[in-house]
Design a protein around this ligand. Structure first.
Ligand code: ADP
Ligand code: MG
Length: 401
């Protein structure tokens, strides 16, 4: 696969770069510019080669099925203009911004773009055809590019016009298509938890979060690859209930009992042996630890002290870790103890390769102060999980060739 640093003869060429500028923003104020910062190395590499850089990204959600005035409202809310301003500050050079996704204004801006200049398009989701990978839209956008770089890892699991349609066309035309620095780093790290070598075992996966049903494909894939799977979070209660335990008011998916039993029969699954429970999640009168059954009127919100110990002991043997899903409701400090314990156990590993995939897990690690201790924290929540599910394949990366 071609890497951006290996692209040749880019002077004077128009290079379309699919970046991930899906930043949190409200009323034009960007609250976290990490994603813009993360795209800078690839943009600078291309500018250094004398390319004319055309940047495309989606921003937020636009539901085209809604009434026209509602769609207009969503477009206003998800306007890309503030990103152009912030990008110009970070790059230290002008960024041309076109407030539309097609038409004369865009075509003129592309035509007048000079070597070493940057153009940012409006939010790609202004177009109804973007998420449908509409061929007409892809062809329209592809005409602006002499080459393409994929650097939006967080969108690589989606075959949309800007992530799939454009590179597919340009590649067929024999033009250079490559991955950027950000995607290269993600692919390298995630491949290590997709194809684990014998010398990198034991390989332990830690799963948590809310629902078993959300993670079926990840569990299916990990059960084949891992030596052990530790399960915490709300997800654990579906497993425990399937095995005949009482789980009180804890979240529990009855429809997945058979699945849970089948997975448990693999002998690889490690479940919590105690839980932190509460009578009322929002206004707890009682918070206590139980082993075994959870009484009626109580729900499990975190793993208990014995589970923390058990999980930490298992983790201490690992050479490779993939972690997705918090062990409890970490958003509340009093229920973040289990997640902290797991983070700490991973942080204490020497010579192990530790990866976090999943949006909430990454924010938990950051909030609890452990983010820097992991070998890799994926920037793409959904994309990292799909990469595991699909044995290392994602449409937006495979299409690059
Ligand atoms: P990720 O985004 O990393 O894939 P998920 O979205 O699957 O993770 O799960 C994260 C959510 O799971 C968090 O909001 C957390 O509060 C919730 N959660 C974890 N344990 C419990 C629990 N015992 N009860 C209710 N919610 C839980
Ligand atoms: Mg989540």
């Amino acid at each position: 696969m071609l890497l951006v640093q290996d692209m040749k003869d880019l002077k004077g060429k128009r290079v379309i770069v699919r970046v991930d500028f899906n930043v949190p923003q409200k009323g034009g104020v960007i609250s976290d510019d990490n994603r813009i910062v993360a795209a800078l190395p690839t943009i600078k590499e291309l500018l250094g080669k004398g390319a004319r850089v055309i940047l495309m990204s989606h921003l937020g959600k636009i539901k085209h099925k809604e009434a026209p005035e509602v769609v207009e409202e969503m477009k206003k809310k998800n306007n890309m203009a503030p990103v152009a301003t912030r990008l110009a500050e970070l790059l230290g050079q002008d960024v041309h911004f076109v407030s539309v996704t097609r038409g004369k204004e865009l075509e003129d801006a592309v035509a007048s773009l000079k070597d070493g200049e940057v153009l940012l398009l409006q939010n790609t989701r202004y177009e109804k055809g973007e998420e449908k990978n509409d061929p007409e839209l892809s062809a329209y956008w592809a005409q602006f590019g002499d080459a393409f770089v994929m650097d939006a890892f967080g969108s690589a699991h989606r075959a949309h016009a800007s992530t799939y349609g454009i590179p597919e066309i340009l590649r067929k035309q024999g033009k250079q298509t490559a991955i950027g620095f950000l995607v290269e780093k993600e692919v390298k790290a995630l491949k290590r938890v997709v194809e684990v070598k014998d010398e990198d075992r034991p390989y332990i996966a830690i799963l948590g979060g809310l629902k078993v049903s959300d993670k079926i494909k990840v569990i299916d894939s990990l059960i084949k690859k891992c030596d052990k799977i530790i399960i915490g979070g709300a997800m654990a209660y579906t497993f425990l209930a399937a095995l005949g335990r009482k789980v009180g008011n804890s979240p529990c998916e009855v429809d997945f009992f058979d699945y849970a039993k089948k997975m448990y029969a693999s002998g690889k699954i490690i479940l919590p042996v105690d839980s932190v429970i509460t009578d009322d999640f929002d206004n707890p009168k009682t918070i206590k630890v139980v082993e075994g059954d959870i009484p009626e009127g109580f729900e499990g919100v975190d793993i208990g002290p014995k589970s923390r110990e058990l999980f930490a002991r298992e983790i201490s043997r690992a050479k490779t870790i993939f972690w997705n899903g918090p062990m409890g409701v970490f958003e509340k400090d009093e229920f973040a103890v289990g997640t902290t314990a797991v983070c700490k156990a991973c942080a204490e590993l020497k010579d192990a390769f530790t990866v976090i995939g999943g949006g909430d897990s990454a924010s938990a690690a950051k909030k609890l102060g452990f983010k820097e201790k992991f070998s890799h924290v994926s920037t793409g929540g959904g994309a990292s999980l799909e990469m595991i599910e699909n044995d290392g394949h994602l449409p937006g990366i495979d299409v690059i060739g």
